[in-house]
Design a protein around this ligand. Structure first.
Ligand code: C2O
Ligand code: CU
Length: 482
């Protein structure tokens, strides 16, 4: 528990440089569609450390955080047996995958939470191919470590990469007591009080405010212990970036290289190259780069909130002398990957205008620890009705001073972009709505059930920023304009 950043820097420069190369993806034959892949996932408390050797208690899948990477081929059946070894009820949500409603893993909405000692079998067809993750959807459990990568590989490999790495990006509170109050940030009212596990409570009985994170891990290891990604000169390297953090948003850059975005939230986009890629909680990007600048480099996140960089992982060329990796320099004029600059890899027509148009006003935080949509707090928020086959537009407006990565369960939406033909609007399932800005998304209602829609900042979600979308079984109601 006594891991501090300073300690990391002092003791860490020597350690953690044991590189583990991952072989290039070889072309595997497509498997029969009926194949089932089964995983048993035990949610259990365990001691972990972020590389510094000082263990602290976390909640894990199979004793590790992040949990084991689940890999499956598109079209295969994924069967996951969840066994709950935690002292609390839990569930698993398959973030981004449009699974049948009953498999979506939202306690109280799509299933009863799995009690301690209980088990639940999730089974669904894994599609479409892409980068996803799985996590607990019970309370703040994700922030205790309950998340893992989920990769759905193309049934027929598209290949073209020499190396591939999956990077789970996580924020941690490693230091006991969460640091001095002076370093507290993002406590909206300034009234936060220190609490258990470094969490702060917004006034008496109010929701927990997000903690002051003091360690950032890539695949469970904090820099400088993070395992370097080894590359060979000439390699085309694919990174599957997954922001599994409870509250942090990262602006990632790789020193000495630019990043070419090929997939957003798992879905292919026309490759576009940037200096910096921003990921909100729940977002994923697949990026690639050509290893053509030998050296020891840092892939690092800039955190505008902290004014210092938190999350880092070295990229080390084979045959290069191990040296302190060069960090990227963040300065004006760097190109940032923004949604309007991305277009779908292939034209997918949108054939009708929206049937339903829901305004979603995001607010809160100023003088209250609560966050809401249209002035209401989940579970007392509106339920948005929709009918099978309808096109639904969500028009976000952020009237607060914090960004909100908004996530819709069960569907991919298209990000509305007036500058592009509609068939090129990108598919995503999580979008950051920046402070005092607006953004619209649109989706086809093609997956019946009751679905959660929320800010993926867990603390905002728990403080009310969520609502539900409910398919009407007896045919669509009148077109509703809210
Ligand atoms: Cu990552 Cu409601 O989910
Ligand atoms: Cu939010």
């Amino acid at each position: 528990m006594a891991l501090t950043r300073r300690r990391f820097i002092k003791t860490g420069l020597m350690g953690g440089l044991a590189a583990a190369a991952m072989p290039g993806l070889s072309a595997l034959p497509a498997l029969a569609e009926s194949k089932t892949r089964t995983y048993t996932i035990q949610a259990q408390p365990a001691k972990i450390d972020l590389g510094g050797g000082e263990a602290f208690a976390a909640w894990t899948y199979n004793g590790q955080s992040p949990g084991p990477e689940i890999r499956v081929k598109e079209g295969e059946t994924l069967c996951v047996i969840l066994e709950n070894g935690l002292p609390q009820p839990t569930s698993i949500h398959w973030h981004g995958l449009p699974v049948p409603n009953a498999m979506d893993g939202v306690p109280g909405l799509t299933q009863t939470a799995v009690p301690p000692g209980g088990r639940f079998v999730y089974e669904f067809t894994a599609r479409p191919a892409g980068t996803y993750f799985y996590h607990s959807h019970q309370g703040l459990q994700l922030d205790r470590g309950l998340a893992g990568a989920l990769v759905v590989e193309e049934a027929r490999p598209i290949g073209g990469w020499d190396r591939e790495y999956t990077l789970m990006l996580e924020d941690w509170v490693a230091a006991a007591g969460n640091g001095p109050a002076a370093r507290r940030r993002r406590s909206p009212s300034g009234r936060g009080m220190m609490g258990r596990r470094g969490m702060m409570r917004g006034g008496r009985g109010g929701p927990l405010l997000e903690p002051l994170y003091d360690a950032y891990a890539v695949n469970g290891l904090a820099y400088p212990f993070a395992r370097p990604l080894t590359v060979k000169k000439g390699d085309k390297v694919r990174l599957r970036l997954i922001n599994a953090s409870a509250a942090s948003i990262y602006d990632l850059a790789l020193a000495g290289h630019r990043l070419t975005v090929t997939h957003s939230d798992g879905r292919p986009v026309a490759p576009a190259t940037f200096d910096v890629v921003r990921l909100g909680g729940g977002e994923r990007y697949d990026v690639e780069f050509i290893a053509e600048n030998p050296g020891s480099w840092l892939l690092q996140a800039w955190d505008s909130g902290l004014g210092e960089s938190g999350l880092s992982v070295p990229i080390l060329y084979e045959g290069v002398q191990r040296a302190a990796p060069t960090p990227p320099r963040f300065h004006r004029g760097l190109s940032l990957c923004t949604y309007p600059e991305l277009r779908a890899a292939q034209a997918v027509p949108i054939t009708s205008e929206p049937d339903l148009w829901y305004r979603q006003l995001l607010s809160g935080g100023m003088h209250s620890p609560y966050w809401g949509i249209n002035g209401r707090l989940h579970p007392n928020s509106e339920t948005l009705p929709l009918g099978l086959g309808q096109r639904v537009r969500l028009g976000y407006r952020n009237h607060s001073h914090m960004p909100h990565p908004m996530h819709l369960h069960g569907h991919f939406f298209r990000v509305v972009n007036p500058d592009l033909p509609r068939e090129l609007w990108i598919f995503k399932d999580t979008v950051i709505v920046e402070p005092m800005r607006g953004l619209q998304v649109e989706f086809l209602a093609d997956n019946p059930g009751r679905w959660l829609h929320h800010c993926h900042n867990l603390y905002h979600m728990e403080a009310g920023m969520a609502n539900e979308l409910a398919y009407e079984t007896s045919g669509p109601r009148d077109k509703t304009l809210t």
